[in-house]
Ligand binder design. Structure first.
Ligand code: ATP
Length: 328
């Protein structure tokens, strides 16, 4: 269990985290999302005891990380975005090293063997880490987080840079781990959240702006609809014609993916279904739709929407974008 109460972090005049509170139970996998600069890393660094808080508390199990950091840290497994690995050790040597470092009291061989099985690295246990693929290095990173059998796992962007098959495998490993533990997963990828997490916390400008079911997140951007469409014909004729359709908010040209056609992303105004007018317009032009699929809402849309809900309308959107620019 993790409980955060009124956590605040100021860097000089900068209020990076502004009084956030939440509680995550055992068996929950929670996605921790927010635009760049929202305060995710600062929050995770306070929960893991890496940064001290200006005020507020973070409890890991029943232990306050500020009052008894050593006891609290025993209950936390942390996988940073860049896993801290020693490339010249074998997987087994490295896990033994982490075991000693954490002063774990469990039966060494049985515990490390169990972890290797859990994350699927038993068959590479005697290989040098430097010779493993990125996906397997990430698994070793997960394995080091699991040494000592912590109740809480904090995972920062665990699938960044992996190929699609590795991504699916790591997500499955995380889902399994989450059955018995409390997991916080920081990510920028909406499908990842929807694939792994039941619940999401969204942070913006150092405050929690949403706490709810992951499945409901897309629905927060009410009515705005995005379609990815493949249309035959000259883009110089088709694109301007698409822009004349009533209710069309934006036409983005994605490029030629199939000879003689172009892919577009079409965004309609809230509450308007443009599919039928689109069909009629293209009929007039003599163009055909080769493919059409719902592109859903993007995380960026969700963040802007949540910021607007939290703030005065125009200012909120600008602030979300400004925040992003600050970090770039
Ligand atoms: P990202 O997704 O880009 O990693 P984040 O949500 O993790 O962003 P934080 O890194 O926690 O955001 O930063 C929150 C805010 O605090 C940002 O505006 C950032 O510029 C600022 N900040 C972070 N660390 C420091 C620091 N050491 N000194 C001053 N300001 C900082």
């Amino acid at each position: 269990m993790i409980e955060v109460r009124d956590l605040v972090k100021h860097y000089g005049n900068k209020h990076a985290v502004n009084g956030i509170s939440f509680r995550i139970e055992k068996g929950e996998i929670v996605g921790f999302l927010g635009p760049n600069g929202a305060g995710k890393s600062t929050t995770m660094n306070m929960i893991t005891g890496y940064l001290s808080a200006t005020s507020g508390t973070a409890l890991i199990g029943d232990v306050d990380i500020l009052e008894d950091p050593i006891a609290a840290k025993k209950n936390i497994g942390y996988l940073p975005e860049q896993p801290p690995l020693y490339m010249d050790m074998t997987v087994r040597e490295f896990l033994n090293f982490v075991f000693d470092l954490k002063k774990v009291q469990l039966p060494r061989k049985a515990h490390l063997d169990e972890i290797c099985e859990l994350v699927g690295i038993t068959h590479v246990a005697d290989r040098l880490i430097r010779n493993l693929s990125k996906g397997y290095k990430q698994r070793v990173g997960l394995a080091q987080a699991l040494v000592g059998d912590p109740e809480v796992l904090i995972l920062d962007e665990p699938t960044v840079g992996l190929d699609p098959i590795q991504i699916i495998e790591i997500r499955n490993v995380i889902k399994n781990l989450g059955r018995e533990r409390t997991v916080i997963l920081s990510t920028h990828i909406l499908p990842e959240v929807q694939a792994i997490c039941e619940r999401v916390l969204v942070i913006n400008n150092g405050k929690i702006v949403a706490d709810g079911r992951a499945a409901d997140l897309g629905a927060r951007v009410d009515g705005v609809r995005r379609l990815n469409v493949r249309i035959t014909g000259d883009v110089k004729v088709v694109a301007p014609a698409l822009r004349t359709i009533d209710g069309m908010k934006n036409v983005e040209i994605l490029g030629e993916k199939e000879s003689g056609s172009c892919d577009y992303q079409l965004t309609s105004a809230p509450g308007i279904d443009i599919r039928q007018p689109l069909f009629r317009k293209l009929e007039q032009l003599g163009s055909a739709i080769l493919e059409m699929r719902d592109a859903g809402a993007s995380l960026e849309d969700i963040f802007v929407k949540l910021t607007v809900e939290e703030d005065v309308p125009a200012k909120g959107g600008k602030r979300a974008r400004k925040n992003k620019e600050d970090k770039q």
